[in-house]
Design a protein around this ligand. Structure first.
Ligand code: KG4
Ligand code: ZN
Length: 340
């Protein structure tokens, strides 16, 4: 028997990407993002400008998502939106828009935790890969978060390791800025690293107890090193760019891979699923693929379009909650510091 359609509109506006997606059950029909170029000239996200850009972008991106999915807004069964964590002004735009649309169409509204969504992106239909089996180790690595979790079921996730200071993506971006690279620098550092020597320069790996991590010491040591070398050779960065990228990437990725290995050993859970923008990094992908080959791990790496911030991941959580009728009312408020 043919399944009745269940169309969920996902809305994501937690940082600087305005995104909308339409899912039918767990299948993505459209996944649209409007990036905010305006931040590039500032070397990081400017919250006030992000909120203003969301206000401009949100209606066109939703229209585009509906058109690409080839459905009308009247076909929607529910709207899922990012409640938090994120920049408050940015979150408020998604919240107000979603409430208004849900009220106008008289359909349920669903709250989504952005960090849970990065983990649950693995449950989007993928013809070539089955979703991870519970329990698994979830690893969220992005510009705002570095988290290691035990995921017991869709909505029960336990934080077992977290960065005590900067997030890994933030460290990539700040080191990139120091080298004069555009924001966000992670993808460019990754690209230039391929032509460099990862062992040329050494930066300290912090000693942090348990499964927690730290990135600020390594970032500061990188910056101080650059300043020192520039004193004697003003062309130091240009002369050594590929090796600098390769060495800092290897250190930043080494910090998280060490802790992922420790998490697997400690919990004896060998299924690892990564998410967040930094999961696009080629070195962490290589590390996980080797672990699958040589150590019997089962690894789950999202497609690039579901690893950086996107609304399809908000839509899948919406669908999973819709099945349990886990709806919210119009008192739903944004929460910039929402925990997992
Ligand atoms: O998840 P995301 O799109 O947004 C946040 O919620 O932060 O992650 C963005 C972060 C940025 O810091 C960016 O530099 C980093 O992901 N990133 C990468 C790569 N692609 C994106 N970092 C390292 N290597 C990459 N290939
Ligand atoms: Zn994110």
């Amino acid at each position: 028997m043919k399944q009745k359609p269940c169309y969920i509109l996902g809305i994501e506006s937690s940082c600087d990407d305005t995104a909308a997606a339409v899912l039918n059950h767990n299948k993505v029909l459209s996944n649209c993002v409007t990036n905010q170029e305006i931040h590039n000239q500032y070397g990081g996200v400017v919250p006030e400008l992000a909120s203003r850009a969301h206000q401009i972008n949100i209606i066109p991106v939703v229209d585009r998502a509906l058109a690409e999915a080839n459905i009308s807004k009247k076909d929607l069964n529910a709207i899922a939106y990012t409640k938090g964590p994120g920049l408050l002004g940015s979150l408020l735009v998604g919240n107000s828009f979603s409430k208004s649309m849900s009220m106008g169409l008289n359909i349920p509204l669903i709250e989504v935790n952005h960090m849970q969504a990065h983990v649950l992106a693995h449950f989007i239909e993928n013809k070539s890969k089955k979703p991870p089996k519970f329990p698994f180790i979830g690893v969220n690595i992005s510009g705002g978060h570095t988290q290691i979790l035990i995921v017991n079921n869709y909505f029960e996730m336990k934080l077992i390791g977290v960065s005590l200071d900067d997030a890994i993506g933030e460290a990539f971006d700040k080191c990139g800025k120091k080298m004069g690279l555009d924001y966000p620098s992670g993808p460019l550092i990754d690209k230039l690293s391929k032509k460099g020597n990862p062992k040329r320069f050494k930066f300290p790996i912090p000693k942090v107890d348990g499964l927690n991590l730290s990135y600020s010491g390594c970032k500061t040591s990188f910056m101080n090193f650059i300043d020192k070398e520039l004193n004697t050779n003003p062309k130091f960065i240009i002369d050594n760019l590929n090796d600098l990228c390769s060495s800092i990437q290897s250190t930043l990725i080494g910090i998280i891979t060490q802790k992922i290995e420790a998490a697997v050993e400690e919990t004896n859970i060998k299924t690892v699923a990564i998410g967040g923008g930094v999961s696009a990094n080629s070195e962490i992908r290589k590390f996980l693929i080797q672990k699958e080959r040589n150590n019997g791990w089962k690894v789950h790496i999202p497609l690039i379009e579901y690893s950086t911030d996107n609304a399809a991941m908000i839509g899948i959580v919406g669908y999973l909650k819709w099945r349990y009728k886990d709806f919210t009312d119009y008192y739903s408020v944004s929460n910039s510091r929402m925990s997992i």
